[in-house]
Design a protein around this ligand. Structure first.
Ligand code: SAH
Length: 215
């Protein structure tokens, strides 16, 4: 696999950024990151020509790389500030992780599928994006590295994982698709030690957040 990023790719990316703007993405740091990250390198080669359409696509282990709009929308809801410690649950292709790193986050990411964990760790290293990647169960989070300023879940969870709430610093956000078959994009703010506020941001559909790890 190569790292080629051509003028054509850059042009398609600029077009995707404009499309995301018309769909309501306003955070300039999000738009800039999407404009920079070579999304085509995160897809299986046969899908390269679709890389800059606003669609989700299959990756290894029966999972999907989220649609660019979804990545942008979740990133916008996180209100990322440079240097913040962010935990991502569901590394998948590594694309969302890269967008957050590009935005200046100190990124921690957990993936339960070993194959995806290995692939994305390798790809990000090759592309020069620095983050910390873990093979494990996102329901447990990373207690040894808590607290986090922000947490993002990129799989549909049937309930709000309590462990993750406890790993959020006060004032921090957890952004997640909440629900079983279909989900509602939800942002939870930790306003005090035992105090949380919740807001909803519309319907969405993600692959399920599952328990335990998979070899
Ligand atoms: N953020 C990814 C989206 C991947 S889809 C991207 O940018 O490509 C969701 C991912 O969540 C899948 O890879 C799936 O294996 C993973 N996942 C599901 N349940 C999980 C869990 N409990 N812990 C960690 N990862 C999980």
């Amino acid at each position: 696999m190569n790292n080629i990023d051509s003028f054509r790719h850059k042009g398609l990316r600029a077009k995707l950024v404009r499309e995301l703007q018309t769909k309501g993405i306003t955070d300039v740091n999000v738009l800039e990151a999407i404009g920079v990250i070579p999304r085509h390198l995160f897809l299986e080669s046969s899908f390269v020509k679709f890389a800059y359409q606003d669609k989700a696509f299959p990756i290894a282990a029966g999972q999907t790389i989220s649609q660019p709009y979804t990545v942008a929308f979740q990133s916008q809801l996180l209100e990322v500030k440079k240097g913040e410690r962010i935990l991502e649950v569901g590394t998948g292709s590594g694309y969302q992780a890269t967008v957050l790193i590009q935005m200046g986050a100190r990124l921690y990411s957990i993936e339960r599928q070993k194959e995806l964990y290995l692939r994305s760790t390798q790809l990000l290293r090759r592309l020069g994006f620095i983050g910390r990647f873990f093979w494990g169960d996102g329901y447990q989070g990373l207690p040894a590295h808590a607290p986090f300023d922000k947490i993002i879940i990129t799989a549909g969870a049937p309930y709000i994982p309590k462990e993750l709430l406890l790993q959020l610093r006060i004032g921090g956000y957890l952004v997640m698709p909440l629900g079983e078959e279909k989900q509602v994009m939800t942002r939870i703010k930790r306003v005090g030690q035992d105090d949380f506020e919740q807001q909803q941001y519309g319907a969405c559909a993600f692959v399920p957040m599952l328990n335990g790890v998979a070899k």
